[in-house]
Design a binder for this molecule. Structure first.
Ligand SMILES: C[C@H](CCC(=O)NCCS(=O)(=O)O)[C@H]1CC[C@H]2[C@@H]3[C@H](O)C[C@@H]4C[C@H](O)CC[C@]4(C)[C@H]3C[C@H](O)[C@]12C
Length: 324
């Protein structure tokens, strides 16, 4: 499972958890403006916005999972297995392979409005990056500080949804996830009152009973409700330290611990990494399952006018700061 979220304070933050039972060998990758993006079915981009995010480097090609560009637009792909469907190339449409979708958008769009324009007539096609790399069956959240949309390519075509909560998990399709939030409209961060029955003397028997009834399991539908509630009610000041800390707490509400989610015999999904991009400043913060210290890569410390992607392996060894 995976979860993505946005958060706005003074700056705009965008990030995700990547939950899986194995890793593809991803690295924090900065693609500078003059790296030539060659697309299989649409025009190449020799010059474009710089991008920072998590990618699997296939040779010199960055296969992005989640990223932001230098203009403050963020985008992440999350599993949508069983519902995602990529189509055949169609004339008269903008045909983009699923693995190209993140860089194709982030290379060209400075705002979410520009994304909305760009993806009219989009057709996400089933062209593979290579024979030995089956396509990830994904849906996407695309955001800037003004809001978010969700893009789902399904058998019946492309669905573009406004995403007013700025979060995404996995199945079922986004409209159903949003509908199910209706079931939680009674939740409140305040101490609960008895609306169950006035004939019963129900009491608050403990402090800290806010959010009573919020689902705690790891299913995608429950994570959607939990992270939406946490994000919509999150309070922090707008400093960088507190905003970043609060963002990791928001995604911490859906963290996956090894042992709780067995996907096949003895194989467990875990939160391999959690990212928090300051999309306004091009900084990619992350933690990993084994290293809870926040590590950061700043795109503006690289030569953004270069032509070769720069990539950093995740630091996965636990860092403990001894105090005595
Ligand atoms: C597995 C990842 C999604 C994790 C997730 O959503 N987990 C939820 C699990 S569950 O279903 O709900 O159980 C996805 C996110 C981004 C994907 C990668 C990116 O799309 C980049 C390339 C794209 C290539 O086509 C395939 C390899 C790949 C390197 C993808 C492998 C894999 O599908 C990734 C890593």
């Amino acid at each position: 499972m995976c979860t993505a979220a946005t958060y706005l304070t003074k700056d705009f933050y965008f990030g995700r958890t990547l939950d899986y039972e194995f890793s593809y060998g991803e690295e924090i990758t900065v693609t500078p403006r003059n790296y030539p993006f060659h697309f299989r079915h649409t025009e190449n981009l020799e010059k474009h916005y710089a991008i920072i995010g998590m990618a699997h480097m296939a040779g010199d090609y960055p296969l992005y999972y989640d990223a932001v560009n230098e203009k403050g637009v963020g985008m992440a792909g999350l599993n949508f297995v069983g519902n995602a469907y990529y189509h055949k190339e169609e004339s008269g449409k903008k045909n983009v392979a699923s693995f190209e979708f993140v860089p194709w958008v982030l290379a060209q769009c400075a705002t979410l409005d520009e994304v909305r324009d760009l993806i009219t007539d989009l057709n996400i096609v089933d062209t593979l990056f290579s024979e030995n790399l089956p396509a990830g069956m994904l849906h996407w959240i695309i955001s800037d500080k003004s809001g978010s949309i969700t893009v789902e390519s399904m058998k019946d075509g492309l669905h573009i949804h406004e995403n007013p909560v700025g979060v995404l998990t996995n199945n079922p399709p986004f409209e159903q996830q949003m509908f199910m939030l209706n079931n939680y409209m009674g939740l409140s961060p305040k101490q609960p009152e008895n609306h169950f029955a006035d004939k019963l003397d129900l009491n608050m028997y403990s402090r800290g009973m806010g959010a009573l009834g919020l689902p705690g399991d790891l299913s995608s539908a429950s994570r959607f409700a939990r992270v939406a509630f946490t994000k919509m009610n999150a309070v922090s000041d707008d400093s960088e330290e507190e905003s970043v800390a609060q963002f990791f707490h928001i995604l911490g509400s859906v963290d996956q611990q090894r042992g709780c989610c067995e996907v096949s015999d003895g194989k467990y999904e875990i939160t391999i990494y959690t990212s928090c991009c300051n999309a306004s400043r091009g900084i990619y913060y992350y933690t990993t399952y084994s290293n809870s210290q926040i590590t950061a890569v700043d795109m503006h410390r690289e030569d953004l006018d270069g032509s070769v992607p720069v990539h950093y392996p995740m630091l996965t060894k636990q860092q403990i700061l001894w105090q005595n």
